[in-house]
Design a protein around this ligand. Sequence first.
Ligand code: SF4
Ligand code: SF4
Ligand code: SF4
Ligand code: FES
Length: 939
Amino acid sequence: MSLLKEPDLGTPARPGPATVSVEVDGLPVSVPEGTSVMRAAARSGIEIPKLCATDSLEAFGSCRLCLVEVDGRRGTPASCTTPVADGMKVRTQTPRLEKLRQGVMELYISDHPLDCLTCSANGDCELQDMSGVVGLRQVRYGYEGENHLDITKDTSNPYFDFDPSKCIVCSRCVRACGEVQGTFALTIEGRGFESTVSPSAGELFMDSECVSCGACVQACPTATLQEKSVVDLGMPTRSVLTTCAYCGVGCSFKAELRGDELVRMVPYKDGGANEGHSCVKGRFAFGYAGHPDRVLRPMIRERITDEWREVEWETAIGHVAQRMRDIQARHGTGAIGGITSSRCTNEEVYVVQKMVRAAFGNNNVDTCARVCHSPTGYGLKQTFGTSAGTQDFRSVAEADVIVVIGANPTDGHPVFASRMKRRLREGAKLVVVDPRRIDLVRSPHVEAEHHLQLQPGTNVAVINAMAHVVVTEGLVDQSFVDDRCADFEDWREFIARPENSPEAVEPVTGVPAGELRAAARLYAGGGNAAIYYGLGVTEHSQGSTMVMGMANLAMATGNIGRDGVGVNPLRGQNNVQGSCDMGSFPHELSGYRHVSDDAVREVFETLWQRPIVPDPGLRIPNMFDAAVDGTFRGLFVQGEDIAQSDPNTKHVTAALEAMELVVVQDLFRNETAEYAHVFLPGTSFLEKDGTFTNAERRINRVRPVMAARTGLHEWQIVCEIARAMGYTMSYAHPREIMDEIASVTPTFSGVSFEKLDKLGSVQWPCDSSAPEGTPVMHVDAFVRGKGRFVPTPFVPTSERSTRRFPLILTTGRILSQYNVGAQTRRTRNVVWHPEDVLEIHPHDAEVRGIADGDEVSLSSRVGETRLRAVLADRMPVGVVYTTFHHPVTGANVVTTENSDWATNCPEYKVTAVQVGLSRAGAGPEAEWDAESAVSLVDR
Ligand code: SF4
Ligand code: SF4
Ligand code: SF4
Ligand code: FES
């Protein structure tokens, strides 16, 4: 599929019916009101020359190349800034226009380097194209006059260069940075001839506010902003449409190749999740797929202290099967299990849970979503009837009030954050509920109306207090509640109790009652109100309670079932939604159906020809406990670094050490692999063929950009292990796995690769009643019939600060790094975040004698680590914050085993800690750590 050039209609679409009829060069065309003449012409198949216009940005009208003549009007208006009027007759090609356009182009070219043949953008330059289109044949002004040809290049960004000598000052980059990305890092400085593009007022790109999203590079019509990879490797010649494998936004990209070499990833304009935008990770941080650290051949060893031995696939697969069977013979069927990965495709996850259920003969399969969004699954199923967010991303454009709880979208879900910021700039109101002052609280042209800076661990008290205000101040949407919901009266009685009032909870939450009341009134009375939340909601001892609390609030105010409202998890990894959908929980088969349901089991048993155990299997923490007890002895781990990402590292590694067989399937020898007996090399997203499901339930195709470097796909390996254990699992292609998923999963019954290829993507439920998918859920009725109110009493976590551990640690992520960093640490992204640091309030630092940059020890009741302190007042006094992207700091060494009461999701967000100056001080060792992270890139 070659998609190098997507159509560009010049200016953005306008909503509404095509009611305005015009004639362009004699061709009739009807378009919505407000459409530009340029776009109307493009709609009728006529391309008007342009340079400063592109359909992802509002028109600016600076280049004067798109001039047209309009009957009955004087002059030659710019078609990009002129809206259509009914009956308008437009001419785009006349001798006068030709002359004017040639004159404009002459001026541009007279101040442009004449190195087209050696320019990296040769063949992909709109200036070059337009010179041809307008028929430029001469430049009368010569090249000797004053010009910009000697301006120095800015090569400071690791991924793209800025060569101002080629700039035509069209301002597309400036507008892209503002309108699309919402960072406003670029300006045009100076006037007239002196005009020049400038990052953050004259700084280098790397020193500016630029977040390297690439939007300006994408928008630039010349080689002024150009990917370094294009400069180095040359212009791509073909492209494959696929999906980013970093976060749950699920952006669509064109992987552009030159021969078999991947040159760049370009965001796809028709991508449902991203609409042509990207962040630094998906756009640029793909180099890890070719990193020399990749393991490409299977390896085995008897003991974890032995050296690894490379073997053939057949040997490795036979070894795994034989050892698994041997363990079962000695310790019982339930002594082995598997963990699926949210980094893998739906098809890869599905076959692992099938292998566990049909070949292992138990339900000991769990997913890494256990440690992130399992409370979302539980909470939304209890209240709404299904375990997924309610809206598509597009819906945020209709929100009047946006409530962000325990999420940091500009770092964690950047492309969705850009869509959200656009709506906020248009006037939607923002409420942020977070212990930390995230960037969204105040950023260019965006300021939160309310920042409820609560103490970590008090989410439920805050959401209850907001609901208390709604109920006691007469803000309930009674007709919605009466028509659509059940169990309201019990909940109303509970929530109206005085102990749930903002005043009563203020001493615990730290949120001023007046502020909380104002936020609740805004949510209930400000129009369409939408909640977006992240791991700051789920990773708590009351994670599931909080999810239900948000659902209660949305139902009570009628903010469910239409555009602009809803309760929406911002999923962490690329396929968290999908890995949960695929039945990789110990208690649920695909589509969230309980294993104890005889009718559901029968569907699978008939197809698989194997009995399925009706009792739930072990969750991940239960597997670890059972391993330490000696009853669980063999584990297959698909693409997940549990030794780094799961809480209480000591306990996890003790469990891994206790097992007879640990099989790791991954790209790199990660921390878990240190405890493995078999390493099965995995494929990167560039090699995979299948689907990912993003946070808005959107099923996107992942297409292979290159052949599997390991020789076998992950789903093939899993099928081979099952076969070697005596159970035949056979597919000719991943499309057949999706066909099987569709045949056993009602919400996927209309999904197939063919449909995805035709429609681009679909959002489940996709079935006979919604053959093209369901962007917004619960429109006329909840999936469970009536939405169910569930009382959500606040129970403080048992993790309290004490004299020994007086601070509370909470964790999060940063834009440039991803999860445990296995991928991003192997890219140039490390220049932005070479190490995890501890943010500590200046007051807490001062009383401990800690200065900015000191190395400090961070200890909890389960462990201790060291990192560098950064003084920051983003958190309240008494709260410290760190990220978990680098194994050298191992933030999870200190996190405890406390977990959500319903799902066992770890309470990563609340750990009582002490911080002190490290005895070693900020010495050479600390520096070595940071350097070693950077050096991963160069190896
Ligand atoms: S850098 Fe590119 S997009 Fe920006 S003003 Fe110059 S030519 Fe236009
Ligand atoms: S890369 Fe993104 S953030 Fe940086 S200047 Fe360009 S548009 Fe702005
Ligand atoms: S927002 Fe997420 S899915 Fe999109 S490019 Fe960035 S990391 Fe990839
Ligand atoms: S494209 Fe219309 S003025 Fe530049």
